[in-house]
Design a protein around this ligand. Structure first.
Ligand SMILES: CC(C)(COP(=O)(O)OP(=O)(O)OC[C@H]1O[C@@H](n2cnc3c(N)ncnc32)[C@H](O)[C@@H]1OP(=O)(O)O)[C@@H](O)C(=O)NCCC(=O)NCCS
Length: 218
């Protein structure tokens, strides 16, 4: 039976991630009868994007065969909503870990992660479901990262940092290490701006920017 790998989202991130998915499938599932396709939630008409078929979410659900999905959408609330719709259809997510990703010892990574090229996750890291890390991120020992967390390109997260669900860490942010038994905490739903240097805990649902990072005042 044919397997369809539906990559939900064909925006910038989706189009960056599709070639990583293709290389991963070629490496691990050579010979599998499969099709990789973009899935765009409310697409009115089937089309082609970068040489791949693009279909609506409904058309994806209607395909005959085995279906697997992951979601290349940075907004974690949208990601969660769409994940719940797919899981309710009993479609299993797949993990996307680019071939150049380095994972060292004893990491636990939840379902449906999407980890892009040249990211390094060292040892004893725990990460929840539907985590996204863009290219060239570093995540060091003993970090604990929640569900639906998003790392933009080039985030450097040192050891012993705990990050709550739905937090967003902007491009090139640097996060100082915590201590054993006293991790640096970034609260659920917090946003760390691009280029921020985080030296202290960040409260939940707070936006911080700058060096050292401070709550953003508009
Ligand atoms: C922090 C952030 C969420 C704020 O977004 P926003 O609410 O739309 O903010 P605005 O663009 O309206 O900027 C508000 C003020 O904050 C400043 N600012 C915005 N982002 C900043 C940052 N990362 N560092 C320092 N200052 C920043 C702006 O210059 C502006 O200052 P001003 O009022 O003096 O002109 C956003 O700028 C950011 O950093 N997002 C992450 C982007 C990213 O990593 N993208 C990766 C794509 S793959």
């Amino acid at each position: 039976m044919k397997t369809f790998f539906g990559l939900i989202g064909a925006g910038g991130h989706g189009r960056e991630v599709m070639p990583m998915l293709r290389k991963m499938i070629e490496g691990k599932n050579a010979g599998l009868d499969c099709e990789l396709l973009f899935v765009v939630e409310n697409l009115e008409q089937e089309t082609e994007i970068n040489g791949y078929r693009a279909i609506s979410l409904k058309a994806f659900f209607d395909l005959e065969g085995t279906k697997r999905f992951n979601i290349a959408i940075g907004n974690s609330s949208v990601r969660q909503r769409i994940a719940e719709v797919c899981l309710a259809q009993e479609i299993e997510p797949f993990a996307l870990i680019a071939n150049s990703v380095i994972l060292l010892d004893n990491n636990e990574i939840g379902d449906a992660c999407m980890i892009s090229e040249q990211t390094i996750i060292t040892s004893n890291v725990r990460i929840g479901r539907f985590f996204q890390a863009n290219c060239q991120c570093n995540i060091s020992h003993d970090c604990v990262i929640g569900d639906y967390v998003t790392f933009a390109p080039g985030v450097k997260c040192n050891g012993n940092v705990t990050i709550g669900d739905h937090a967003y860490i902007g491009a090139g942010a640097l996060i100082k290490q915590g201590q054993y038994g006293k991790p640096l905490m970034i609260g659920a739903g917090a946003v760390v701006g691009m280029g921020a240097v985080v030296t202290k805990d960040v409260a939940p649902n707070t936006i911080v920017v700058g060096n050292p990072a401070r709550p953003m005042v508009k």
